[in-house]
Design a protein around this ligand. Sequence first.
Ligand code: ADP
Ligand code: ADP
Length: 225
Amino acid sequence: MGVLALSTIRKDYGETRAVDDVTLDFPEGELTALLGPSGCGKTTLLRMIAGLEAPSRGTIALRGRDITQLPAHRRKFGMVFQNFALFPHLSVRENVAYALTIGGTARAEAAARADRLLDLVQLSGYGDRRTGQLSGGQRQRVAIARALAQEPEVFLLDEPMSALDAKLREEMQVELRLLQQRLGITTIVVTHDQREAMTMADRIVVMSAGRVEQAGSPQDIYRWP
Ligand code: ADP
Ligand code: ADP
C-alpha cells in the first residue's frame, strides 16, 4: 500500500470526461511521472490530488485516511506550477516563507527556514532579491523551495520544465531528481515528454484519454531492443 491511493477517480466537465476511473497507488519516496499527450487528463488528475478540483466520483486516501473532501490548504501538498506562479512583489525569501507566515510561524523562524530551503536549492544569498531579477532556472528553484516549505508528504509538479530552454531543462531534471532522492519525498511529476519521464522517474504512468494505459518502471515501459 502506497502513501497515496486513488480509487476509481473520475472528473467530468459537462460532456467531457477529463479523468475516467483512475485507480493508482503511489509508493513512499518514489517519483512517479504521469505521462501522456496534451488533453489526456494529467493536470486534472494532479489538481484533484492537490485538492484544487473535486472528483466527480471516487476517493483519494493518504496513508489510509480518506482525504477526498479535505480542502487543498489542509492537505498541504507542495505544488510547483508550470509558470512557477511566484509572487512578484515579494522577495525570494518572502516567497519561500509565505505559506509558513500565513500558517502562523513566527516571522524570524519562517525566514530562517526559508534560508535553509534556499541553501537546499542552491540559492544561498538570493533571499533579498526580487523574483523578477532571477533567471528561469533560479525562479524554478524558488518555486521548488516554496513548495517544500511546509514539509509536505506529497510533492506535485505540473510540467515543471516547460518554461525552461532545452539545456537548462536537462540540468534541472537531474537536479530535481537528486533533491527528491535526498529528501525521500513522494513525488508526482506531470509531463508530456517521454525522455523527461525516463530521466527522472522510478515509475511511469502512461495516460491516454483520461485513463491509465500502462504503469511500471521505465524499463518495463520502454524495453530496448
Ligand atoms: P495543459 O494541457 O498543460 O494542462 P491547458 O491549456 O490544457 O494546459 O490547461 C490550462 C488550464 O486551463 C488548466 O487549469 C485547465 O484546468 C484549464 N482548462 C483546460 N481546458 C479547459 C477548458 N476546455 N475549459 C476551461 N478550462 C480549461
Ligand atoms: P493534460 O494535462 O493531459 O493536458 P487536462 O487535464 O488539462 O489534460 O485536460 C483534460 C481534458 O479536460 C481536456 O479535454 C480539457 O479540455 C478538459 N478540461 C480540463 N480542465 C477543464 C475545465 N476547467 N473545464 C472544462 N474542461 C476542462
